[in-house]
Every structure is written in C-alpha cells, then in structure tokens.
Write a protein that binds this ligand. Structure first.
Ligand code: ADP
Ligand code: MG
Length: 682
C-alpha cells in the first residue's frame, strides 16, 4: 500500500525522467505531490452548442470530426492541422499550430470535447489550439482545471493526472496539523477534503472553503512558530548595559534630533538595559535620519566596553556611513575602521588587527564584515542598514561573531503597519514617522516622453545654477534574456554626452561595475565633479549628495511606487529646491493612477499602501527578503482578517498547551516550517 512517503515513481506515468523533473519542483514523495498546489484555475465548466458560441468566450464544445484532419506546412517552422467539427447546430473550424500529431490523434466520425476561445460568428466559427479530449473523459475539460507552475519535462496534463492518482492513494492518510478543537471552533473543513478541493474544486464555493482552511492552517503554524521563537529569545539573557548616557553625543551633533529619532533611541536604550539581547527594527522613511539612531546605539555599546558593527548593503553606502560617522564617533573616543571587499589588502589587515585586539571599537562595512577572517574582540552590537537588502543568513552570520549581541536592523522600506508584525515576526519595531525640520517637498511631475527636450533644458538650467542631477533608466530586456542594465545606462549616458550636453560632465554607474569603479564615480559625483549621473537603480538606497536637485526616472512605469519613492529620496537632501520627473509613455489607466500617487504625496507609508493596493503583494515584496518561512497559500496582504483569527487561535492554543504536547502533528509541522527560513530569524 502506498503511503505519504511513497516515491512519486509509484504513480502511473511517472518514470525516471519525469521523477527527475518533478524533483526540480521539490516533489519526491506522494505527500510532496499532493502538497503541490495550483497557482491558478481555469474554469472550463461551460458547454455550448456551436450555434450559440459568442466571440471571445472560453468554452467547451462537444462536436464530431466531420472529415479526416489535414496537415499542411505553411513554411519552415509552421505546420497547420485543420479540421471541421460539427454538432446538430453548426460547424466549427479547428486549427492546431505546430501540433502535427493532432492529424493522427483525431479521427473522422468520432466525437470530442474541444475547449478553447471561440472566434467568428455565423457560418465562420473557429477555434485555434483548443484542448481536446475524447467525449466524456472530463480530465482536461468540463471542470475547473488547476494550473500548476511547471518545469521543463512536465506538462499540465502530466501533473493533473499524477495529482489525481496521488490524492486517490493517500488523501485519507494526511495528518491534520490543526487540533480538532481549533478546526471546529473556526469552522474549518478537514484536511483531506481541503487538499482534494484545492486541486480539483467542484465549484467556487468549495474552493473558497478549501482555501480558507489551508490559509488558516498556514498562518496558524506561522504564528505559533513566531511566538515560540520570541519566547526562546525572551529567555536569553545577557549583561544589562547600564551606562547609556547620551548627553555628550547629543551635545556633539550639529542639529537637534527629531522627536521620532529620540523615541527610537529611547526604545533602544530600554532594550539594551533589559538584560536580554535586543532585536529591534527601526523603520523610517528615506531621509528620516536612521543613521543617527544607529550612531546612538553604537555609542552605548562603546560606553559599555563593547564593540559595534554596522553592515551596509553596498560599498558606496558603507563608505558614506564611515565618512559620516567616524569623525563623530572618534570625537567621543570610539576608534572606527572601515571593512569592505574593495579595500587594499594592507588596509584590510590593519583594520582586522584593530578589531581583533579591541583597539578598534566600531566596524563599518559591507558583507565583508562577515567573512571568516574577521574576528572581533568583543562584539556586542550588530546593526544592519537597509536590511531588506540582506538575506537573513547574512544578518545572523554577523551576529554569530559576537556572543548574543544586540541586534538592530534599519529599513526604509515602509511596510504598512498591519503587516509589520507578521513580516518581522519576532522583532520589536520602532517607527521614525517624522522628517528632520526644513525638508521641503520635492515637486514631482509625471510626463510623457515627448517632454524630453523640455526636461533637458530644465536640467541645463539647474546645472547652470550649480546643481547636479540623476537620470535613472530601467533595465532593458531583450526578448527573454537577462535584463542588461549596463547597456541601458551606458548607451543613454553616451547619447546625452554626444547629442544633448556636449559641454557637461556626464558619468554612468551600473550594477555590473566593479565596486571600486562605482565608488570612484560616486565620490566624484558627491564632490561635484560630475553634472549628471546616469544610472540604474544602484543609486536607490542611501546615497547622500545634497547638491543634487533633480531626479529624472525614465520608463517610470517599470518601477514599483516604493522604489520610485526611494529614488526620489536621493534629491531634496540639501537646502535647494528639488524636483523629481517621472517619464513614461505608458498611458494605461493603471500606470497613470500609480504615477499620480507619486505626484500627490511624499509619505512613504501612503505610497507603500497604494503600491500594495495597485500591484499586489507579489511585486511589492519582490523576492523573499523578509526572512519569513515561505507561505504557499496565504497572502499576508489580503488575508488579514484570517491572519488575525489564526493568530488569536495560535495564542489560545499556546496558553492551553505551551509545549504542544497534546498536538504533536502541530509541533512537527511548525518545526518543519521553520527549519528552512526560521532558524535565521533571530
Ligand atoms: P536615512 O533615514 O534615509 O538613513 P540619514 O540618516 O541618511 O537618513 O539622514 C538624512 C540626512 O539628514 C543626513 O544628511 C543627516 O545628517 C540629516 N539629519 C539626520 N537627522 C537630522 C536632524 N534631526 N535634523 C537635521 N538633519 C538631520
Ligand atoms: Mg540610511
């Protein structure tokens, strides 16, 4: 008898070759197979007579092949199989492109079900490339079809057949990770039924019931896992940092910190003194002054005899932090070193010696900070900047260099508050919701490409007044190839230099440059030696050039709103009036609505929320950057009500049964869920 752990090769039709392909989808056992959920559905339930077909509708037609199909070669690479199918109401011309085998598959006089898009009207009705099967088969037609994500060597049909067999073999053996009581209290269907209906729903209603249960289950397990992580963290202890007097630091600043900065710092001081390792996220819009909050935390570390490390995602940012922070920190007696991959071997050795001996108190750098040869004397505080750029593993690799160090992560990605809790799981969150005074609104315009000459003239005027500008171009995609950002930026820069601004200094940075080259150009730009910097999104995070006042974004519709907001944050950093010009020739209503949001508000949170609303969460979060275990069915932005319900249920269960001893299946599933991404979530 097959069970959940049986190899997929048990399934009829799955041999060595297909098993290999399935493995690429993470499918090895029958359990894996039936846990491979569809990404979408295609409703193929509607049947019509030929006479009633309406142009453009997707529908099933049962019809007889009237005469043997014909095959013709139109030209090289294009083969056409044609046939005429009839029912008692009319005739339908069916064509298949490049499916020569259809000629022999379909026989005159036999009746088949054709599912496809109906074209034409009256006597000229047709269907191109329909799905075909023998009448009454109902495998690929006549029902709501699952659509699975595929890989080479595996077709929808193969998966549909395999999953059907898999479900029949072991749907009843699925253990239920939801305790019975929870399932009943929240009116959730049984696990076997949910699996069956999520693959082959009998109707929309059954699909909704199945999905609700599976989403609940996933969020429930997630909530339990996060709560337990947090419990484990709360149980950790470390020395309390009692000396967190910052008056000297405050006194040495050229400006007064904003209320929001102070509040974040107070949160941190509280954490540091609590005798437990801190795990805090500081979230603040671009330009809200997160760096100073980090500096305050570093001062606390130093005052308590510990070392601090600040990790930035790019060389440019690391250097910028170093240049900005080192003088400030050294004035207060904390020796700083810079550690990046781009620095020379000699300088690097000196820096590492300082960190190992403890002579250096603060390390600022890139992921070079976590390579194995970096040894810290006594690392007590780890800060990551723009943390969404780091994999969680990098974060924990740095943390592992100290003994239970305090962790602080800083992010400018404004995540709507409703989500922050779930996304950041077991982190405490401080929000800097106030910009330093005197920041002016950045005038933002959304314009079509026909405005380009006017934009160039405007740039000329700003540059004549002593300012500088960024032009960001998005990546060019050539057919299906990897987008080439180098080409886009370099060609654009060359064109500008030759044809538009022969007398100005124009430079270009792109993602494929060596860090050293990139840094050289960025430094030259910061020093005012370059008038216009053409780039791809490498300028997106962090860089601070107060003299730059214009940000032009080409093909602005290709960027997410939050990304545009980050880009815009590169200007308006000094005392000069600043502008952001979003160029797009995409006139769709959706694009216009999105770009309009940018012209209307400078509030990163509002923009993030709009972005979510307009684009959906998939795009918003990009890759899995938040470090949560991957969710298969739940959607953290749409399933908020269910999220709350599942969370409450999880907390209730943990109160009743903190060790989950009464529900081993729940415990097991939480463990599995967190084995992949979760162990790094500290
Ligand atoms: P971000 O939050 O984007 O990292 P930064 O820390 O880079 O922001 O700060 C942006 C700019 O604002 C820097 O030039 C910084 O010196 C300045 N700044 C930070 N805090 C204040 C403040 N309270 N008042 C005035 N300027 C500030
Ligand atoms: Mg910053």
């Amino acid at each position: 008898m097959p069970d959940l752990t049986t190899d997929v090769r048990y399934i009829k039709g799955i041999g060595e070759q297909r098993a290999k392909s399935l493995e690429k989808l993470g499918i090895r056992t029958l359990k894996d197979l039936i846990s491979y959920f569809p990404r979408a559905y295609d409703d193929r339930r509607a049947y019509k007579k030929i006479r009633d077909l309406e142009e453009g509708e997707n529908v099933c037609v049962e019809a007889m092949v009237a005469a043997a199909p014909t095959l013709s070669r139109i030209r090289k690479g294009l083969e056409l199989v044609k046939l005429r199918a009839v029912d008692e109401t009319g005739a339908l011309d069916v064509t298949f492109f490049n499916q020569a085998y259809m000629k022999d598959n379909l026989r005159a006089g036999e009746t088949y079900t054709f599912f496809g898009r109906a074209e034409g009207a009256g006597r000229k009705r047709s269907m191109a490339n329909p799905v075909v099967e023998r009448e009454g088969s109902r495998l690929m037609t006549g029902r709501i079809m699952p659509i699975y994500p595929l890989t080479a060597g595996i077709s929808q049909m193969t998966l549909v057949k395999a999953v059907e067999q898999g479900l029949a073999a072991c749907r009843r053996l699925l253990p239920d990770p939801l305790p019975d009581q929870v399932r009943r209290e929240h009116q959730l269907c049984r696990v076997g039924y949910a699996y069956e209906q999520i693959h082959f729903p009998a109707s929309e209603e059954e699909l909704a019931i199945a999905r609700r249960r599976l989403v609940f289950e996933e969020l429930f397990l997630l909530a339990i896992g996060l709560k337990r992580l947090r419990g484990r963290r709360d149980a950790l202890t470390c020395a309390s940092w009692s000396d967190t007097d910052l008056s000297e630091f405050y006194g040495s600043l050229a400006f007064t910190l904003t209320g929001a900065q102070r509040r974040a710092i107070e949160d941190i001081r509280g954490d540091l003194a609590a005798g437990r390792p801190m795990n805090r996220l500081v979230q603040g819009d671009v330009g809200s002054g997160k760096t100073m909050v980090a500096a305050a935390a570093m001062i606390c570390a130093v005052r308590n005899g510990k070392q601090a490390a600040l990790m930035a995602p790019t060389e440019i940012l690391a250097e910028q932090h170093y240049k900005g922070l080192a003088p400030l920190l050294e004035k207060l007696g904390a020796a700083c070193v810079l550690v990046t991959g781009a620095m020379g071997a000699k300088a690097r050795r000196a820096a590492l010696r300082g960190l190992e001996s403890g002579a250096a108190r603060v390390a600022i750098g890139t992921h070079a900070l976590i390579t194995t040869d970096v040894v810290y004397h006594d690392l007590g505080l780890v800060i990551t900047d723009e943390q969404h750029r780091f994999g969680v593993n990098q974060r924990s690799a740095l943390a592992a260099k100290g003994e239970r160090p305090h962790l602080l992560v800083m992010s400018a990605t404004p995540i709507p508050r409703t989500l922050a809790l779930m996304i950041y799981g077991d982190l405490d969150v401080s929000v800097i919701d106030e910009l330093p005074p005197g920041r002016q609104k950045i005038d933002t315009f959304a314009v079509p490409g026909s405005y380009r000459q006017r934009i160039y003239r405007f740039l000329e005027k700003e540059i004549a007044a002593g300012r500088q500008a960024y032009i960001v171009c998005s990546m060019v995609e050539e057919n299906d190839q990897i987008p080439d950002d180098r080409k886009a930026a370099a060609e654009y820069a060359e064109m500008l230099q030759k044809r538009v601004f022969p007398r100005l200094t124009i430079a270009c940075v792109h993602g494929r440059m060596k860090p050293k080259e990139k840094d050289k150009i960025m430094s030259a730009f910061a020093a005012g030696e370059i008038h216009i910097l053409v780039s791809t999104t490498v300028v997106e995070v962090g860089v601070d050039v107060p003299n730059a006042t214009v940000m032009v974004v080409e093909d602005a519709d290709r960027f997410g709103l939050s990304q545009l907001h980050q880009l815009r944050g590169r200007v308006g950093r000094g005392r000069h009036k600043s502008y952001c010009i979003l160029v797009s020739d995409n006139h769709s209503e959706e694009t216009r609505a999105r770009l309009k949001v940018m012209t209307q508000t400078g509030d990163g949170f509002r923009i993030a929320e709009e972005d979510l609303r307009l684009r959906g969460p998939g795009d918003f979060f990009g890759q899995r950057q938040h470090g949560l275990p991957a969710l298969k069915v739940a959607d953290l932005t749409c399933d908020i009500a269910l999220l709350k319900e599942a969370q409450t249920a999880a907390m209730d269960l943990l109160v009743r049964d903190p060790e989950l001893s009464g529900c081993p299946e729940t415990a097991e599933r939480v463990k599995v869920m967190f084995e992949v991404g979760g162990n790094a979530m500290n």
